[in-house]
Design a binder for this molecule. Structure first.
Ligand code: SF4
Ligand code: SF4
Length: 345
């Protein structure tokens, strides 16, 4: 039997505490598992072998068959004006760090918030639950879609027509039925702005991203030398890439998230390349604390900054780049050579 009291109380409580969107879906076999398999077969996951975990191709109930429902939550991280963006930053030869990464790492913040909310729920309703904040083998976008949070855009992001796509997604599995939501209508229409704007042509098919070419993957997950042709295309993006979201018309007028303590680090918003390199070289131990940037590691960030400097074509950076030519770290030494080549071309 559906539990309307439970459904209403979860939605009311979560929304009152800063979760922007909440929706429910039933755990079941969904056709998105085929889509995931196709993506993997094409090798579009690059070196992210953990995505081959077979559990991702099974319903969430395979984690524990007692779970029957997924609560999908979305929290908007649109913390500053969309006119402050990577493309404008590029015009001024500034670096760009993806919007989600200029704040504290969201995983811990959301886990704590959602656990606290579930403790409130448990005071009234008896149930078991398990929280996923990008932390397990769940197809989170698929579950968000079935929960009516938004549709999957051609850029593969979940888009909500009021709140755009700058969201952190999380899921809670519970062992109680709920009043389930319906997917919303897809509203990309004939638009192809994200596909046309992607600097590396990484959106290879409708909703399919080839990570091997995607700047987000190249600048964060990839720890090796970036291929020459892609190195000049990563432009000013030193951690992640927001371009296919920035150009999306659904992000043009979304409201700025206020009253939520994400601890914005202003020195990461459109930073000067020299200043950013100083910061990473000299203050890494301090700034990596609670920062998403630590996923790229110090070496990865320096590699990306050297390439971003080269991509400005401004020879004022040559001295700084040359310093790394003799670095004992081969990725940095080779990247410095690559950067000199790009700047001289
Ligand atoms: S994140 Fe950047 S590189 Fe990746 S698909 Fe979007 S625009 Fe292309
Ligand atoms: S830019 Fe256009 S096609 Fe791409 S996700 Fe947004 S609406 Fe859809």
């Amino acid at each position: 039997m559906h539990n309307s009291n439970l459904s209403d109380s979860i939605k009311d409580l979560f929304k009152s505490k800063g979760i922007d969107l909440v929706g429910f879906s039933k755990i079941q076999n969904i056709k998105d598992f085929d889509y995931m398999n196709d993506w993997l077969r094409n090798g579009f996951h690059a070196e992210m072998k953990y995505l081959e975990n077979p559990k991702r191709q099974e319903p969430a109930s395979s984690i524990d068959s007692s779970y029957v429902s997924v609560i999908s939550c979305a929290i908007n991280y649109n913390l500053f004006d969309i006119r402050e963006n990577s493309l404008n930053s590029k015009k001024n030869n500034m670096a760009w760090i993806a919007r989600y990464a200029v704040i504290d790492d969201y995983h811990k913040i959301l886990k704590k918030l959602i656990d606290n909310l579930m403790q409130e729920v448990l005071k009234i309703h008896k149930l078991n639950y398990k929280v996923y904040i990008d932390t397990g083998p769940l197809l989170e976008r698929a579950y968000s879609k079935y929960a009516g949070i938004g549709w999957v855009g051609k850029n593969s992001c979940i888009i909500n027509k009021e709140l755009g796509s700058f969201f952190f997604l999380s899921e809670i599995l519970i062992d109680k039925p709920l009043i389930y939501d319906n997917p919303v209508r897809e509203m990309c229409g004939t638009c192809t702005k994200c596909i046309d704007s992607c600097p590396t042509n990484a959106i290879v098919k409708d909703k399919q991203i080839d990570s091997n070419k995607c700047i987000s993957y190249l600048t964060i997950e990839n720890k090796n030398i970036i291929d020459n042709d892609l190195a000049s295309q990563i432009s000013n993006n030193v951690y992640g890439c927001d371009i296919c979201q920035e150009v999306c018309p659904w992000n043009r007028k979304v409201k700025i998230k206020e009253n939520f303590n994400w601890n914005i680090r202003n020195y990461f918003i459109s930073p000067d390349l020299n200043e950013l390199l100083d910061l990473i070289e000299n203050n890494w131990e301090e700034i990596k604390i609670n920062s998403p940037l630590k996923r790229a590691k110090k070496q990865g960030l320096i590699r990306n900054i050297l390439l971003a400097m080269a991509n400005t074509k401004d020879k004022k950076y040559i001295k700084r780049i040359k310093y790394y030519l003799t670095n004992e770290n081969q990725v940095l030494a080779t990247t410095a050579k690559q950067a000199i080549f790009i700047i001289d071309k």
